[in-house]
Write a protein that binds this ligand. Structure first.
Ligand SMILES: Cc1cc2nc3c(=O)[nH]c(=O)nc-3n(C[C@H](O)[C@H](O)[C@H](O)COP(=O)(O)OP(=O)(O)OC[C@H]3O[C@@H](n4cnc5c(N)ncnc54)[C@H](O)[C@@H]3O)c2cc1C
Ligand code: FES
Length: 281
């Protein structure tokens, strides 16, 4: 019974769902994800946890509508039900006192960054945050991230708010003593941040998002290369040392079903949506 108890549109095509899932909420930690299926004929898609409440028995995730399944999900409303939600999956983030932690988040992944950033703040770390998006209208969780940060910066690709691009980060890295960096967002952003922090010798943990199917280490779809070894992001990750990841291979693998995904989105657009599952169904 994965009932949507709250739905919020945070930005164009970026939605937040709070879903009733007491069994998952009780075990959920920052860094973990769920795999859900919207309807009987739907594919399984992974989404990171952006929050959980054992008191309310809910989990929260934020997603960007990028294709067929995320668009189907976005069509559901408060009171509707999601067919299956499996989780929590993946390994929890390492939360302890490191000192000063740089948190970099891009797009919808700023929401799970908030879950991890809040836990790191509670553990006694000083938090320096950079959140980014393509344009200012796509920035999310600005207020929330500011509240858990000691220093807070915004960057956009077009410079419509805050810094233009991430080049300014080099300045922060050279002026501050940073003990650890975490980054969540598009793979190109993870690669850029990891390359920058590497020259300053700052341990950097990135959340990888390869294509996943079972989320349990059996299908091999999510394999990534880390320090020259094959790892399965679902069971070995999804967080890895950013200085050891083969990002170019990951970028290629993320795009390997692009023609099928385009076809599927087109078919979905022409043929229409799904039957909504109301809680009383
Ligand atoms: C561990 C993990 C956590 C994630 N957390 C979030 C999150 O919190 N918020 C968010 O917006 N997105 C998140 N994603 C990405 C999200 O799963 C994809 O955007 C989604 O699966 C796209 O499906 P689609 O049918 O809408 O689009 P499609 O058109 O099918 O795909 C668009 C692109 O999404 C990626 N993708 C497609 N299917 C999958 C799949 N089964 N597994 C992983 N990636 C896929 C591919 O790169 C593809 O090119 C996460 C991915 C992983 C692996
Ligand atoms: S998703 Fe199947 S092994 Fe990771």
């Amino acid at each position: 019974m994965y009932r949507i108890v709250a739905k919020r549109e945070l930005a164009p095509k970026i939605k937040l769902f709070e879903v009733s899932a007491p069994d998952i909420a009780v075990k959920a930690n920052p860094g973990q994800f769920v795999i859900l299926r919207v309807c009987e004929t739907g594919e399984r898609i992974p989404l990171n946890l952006a929050n959980s409440s054992t008191r309310k028995g809910t989990i929260t995730f934020v997603f960007n509508e990028v294709g067929k399944t995320t668009e189907q999900l976005g069509m559901l409303n408060q009171g509707d039900r999601i067919l299956n939600v499996a989780g929590p999956l993946g390994n929890p983030s390492e939360i302890r006192r490191f000192g000063t932690v740089l948190c970099v988040g891009g797009g919808a992944m700023t929401a799970p960054l908030f879950f991890e950033g809040s836990a790191l703040r509670k553990a006694g770390n000083k938090i320096i945050t950079v959140i980014g998006a393509r344009i200012k209208d796509l920035l999310i969780f600005e207020k929330e991230m500011k509240e858990v940060s000691d220093e807070f910066y915004v960057a956009t690709d077009d410079g419509s708010k805050g810094y233009k691009g991430l080049d300014f980060l080099r300045d922060i890295l050279s002026k501050r003593k940073i003990d650890r960096a975490i980054a969540m967002g598009p793979v190109v952003m993870l690669k850029t941040v990891s390359e920058m922090t590497k020259s300053f010798g700052i341990k950097t943990v990135v959340t990888l998002m390869p294509i996943m199917v079972d989320g349990m280490g059996m299908c091999g779809a999510c394999r990534v290369s880390v320090a020259g070894e094959t790892k399965f992001a679902c069971v070995d990750g999804p967080e890895f040392d950013g200085h050891q990841v083969d990002f170019d291979q990951l970028i290629k693998r993320q795009r390997m079903y692009l023609p099928e995904e385009r076809l599927s989105a087109l078919f979905h657009e022409r043929v229409g949506g799904i039957k909504h599952r109301k809680s009383e169904d």
